[in-house]
Design a protein around this ligand. Structure first.
Ligand SMILES: Cc1cc2nc3c(=O)[nH]c(=O)nc-3n(C[C@H](O)[C@H](O)[C@H](O)COP(=O)(O)OP(=O)(O)OC[C@H]3O[C@@H](n4cnc5c(N)ncnc54)[C@H](O)[C@@H]3O)c2cc1C
Length: 418
């Protein structure tokens, strides 16, 4: 097992810590950053660890297709504290650039990440939680869940799906267009993943694009930065007690559109392949069929139909509502309503506006860490937070202190894109 940047004082002894963060992607790292800062400044007794099922750093950015790029420049894709290094290649940073940034981020802040450790089950105990993993049991008093969604691809159910004789795959398994060269391929979904996969697969295949509703494109001159600005305005409106623009309201991300017209999508439009058809009603053994009698033979169906939050290990807590989510609230908006010792970070608007993006997750991670420290501070074990008066910084605070200055100059905060 690898413990990248582990600090023995922070990992606890015998698998018992104050705070366990489940996950090791961007959301977990952002939470780890603020827990580390709290430990060094306001709560020196705090012990915590991050448990990540991956074999290396990067979370979901370890996966994705070969040409996957961010929607926005590096300057709009930073975690708290340390801006993403600039990208010198064409377009926006690649997934590999993000992965390298997250790896360096862990090291920079000496975040105690244990991997690969998969959490299989979380149950309540007197003092907090018992956490079963494939590498033994842990105990913690507070649990921060930051498991993302990449591990739970969503495949909608359509009649005939099992009888289709061609190939079916989800975005999570798509790497490059070459294996489908010369085929007729259906791309299902109206989001950014679908548009980008369609754009490149259509260069070597004959494609059919199927969406539940008419695709909505951002204006060509607008990239992820405009969505970030809209999300920031939305958060500010909520803070000010003004009416929330909501999805589709003026100034909301939804009002702008869904699909960022990255160069590959622009090129696909020029080639005339961005013609979406309504959702089919069933699959036949050889293709797609609509109730009006239309049929479309295809060799492969690529389901770019999104993800669900990876929360199965929390099932024994019985906190999920009918939508499969755990209702959250509290001062950070991330505290489970039915279990105040549990926090959920990084799942999008549900757990904080824009919290499923690199630059957006910092806000809820910060508020979550503060709420966690408050909660722990009420017990005898951990000294209560000291408030504005801070102790003299130690030499190993260097990175955290310097980076705080940088973070105050960050660009606006952001919205979720999937
Ligand atoms: C195609 C695509 C493009 C995107 N483009 C952008 C973009 O341009 N800009 C942007 O800001 N955002 C973008 N996003 C959104 C966002 O950055 C990602 O969704 C991000 O990976 C979410 O981070 P996370 O830490 O919440 O989850 P993840 O990165 O998925 O990390 C979760 C981690 O938890 C681990 N885990 C899960 N379950 C367990 C368990 N039971 N036990 C232990 N570990 C577990 C996983 O292995 C993983 O390492 C994009 C997303 C997608 C899908």
């Amino acid at each position: 097992m690898n413990t990248r940047g582990a600090d023995p004082a922070a990992t606890g002894v015998g698998g018992a810590v104050d705070v366990l963060v489940v996950g090791g992607g961007q959301a977990a790292l952002a939470a780890g950053y603020y827990l580390q800062r709290a430990r060094r400044r306001d709560a020196p007794g705090l012990t915590f660890a991050l448990l990540d099922a991956q074999t290396g750093p990067g979370g979901a950015w370890r996966h994705g297709w070969d040409t996957l790029q961010l929607f926005s420049p590096a300057g709009f894709s930073s975690l708290p504290g340390w801006p993403m290094p600039s990208w010198t290649g064409p377009g926006n940073p690649s997934a590999e650039h993000v992965r390298a940034y997250l790896a360096a981020y862990e090291d920079r802040y000496q975040l105690p990440v244990r991997r690969p450790v998969r959490v299989s089950r979380v149950t309540r105990s007197d003092a907090g939680f018992r956490v079963d993993t494939d590498h033994g049991g842990w105990r913690c008093r507070v649990l921060v869940n930051a498991t993302g969604a990449w591990g739970r691809p969503f495949w909608p159910t359509y009649p005939g799906r099992d009888g289709f004789r061609g190939r079916q795959l989800h975005t999570v398994s798509y790497r490059s267009p070459e294996p489908y060269a010369g085929q007729r391929v259906a791309v299902v979904g109206g989001g950014n993943s679908a548009a980008q996969v369609l754009a490149e697969v259509s260069r070597v295949t004959d494609t059919v694009w199927v969406t539940q509703r008419e695709p909505r494109f951002l204006p060509d001159d607008v990239d992820g930065r405009a969505l970030f600005a809209a999300a920031t305005a939305r958060v500010q409106a909520r803070r000010d007690g003004r009416e929330d623009a909501g999805a589709g309201g003026p100034g909301s991300p939804g009002a702008l559109g869904d699909i960022v017209v990255v160069p590959a999508v622009r090129d696909a439009r020029a080639r005339g392949v961005l013609q979406a058809r309504p959702m089919f009603d069933r699959l036949t053994p050889t293709g797609l069929a609509w109730d009006d009698g239309t049929e479309e033979p295809v060799d492969t169906v690529i389901w770019c139909t999104g993800f669900r939050p990876a929360l199965r290990h929390l099932a024994a807590l019985h906190l999920r509502d009918g939508s499969g989510r755990v209702p959250t609230g509290g001062r950070a908006g991330t505290q489970a309503v039915g279990e105040p010792r549990l926090f959920l970070v990084g799942y999008g608007d549900w757990t904080g506006a824009a919290s499923a993006t690199l630059i957006g997750v910092g806000r809820t991670a910060r508020d979550t860490a503060a709420a966690v420290v408050d909660r722990l501070g009420s017990s005898a074990h951990l000294p209560a937070p000291r408030g504005p008066a801070r102790r003299r910084p130690r030499s190993d605070d260097r990175g955290l202190r310097e980076d705080e200055g940088l973070s105050s100059r960050r660009p606006p905060e952001v919205t979720q894109m999937s």
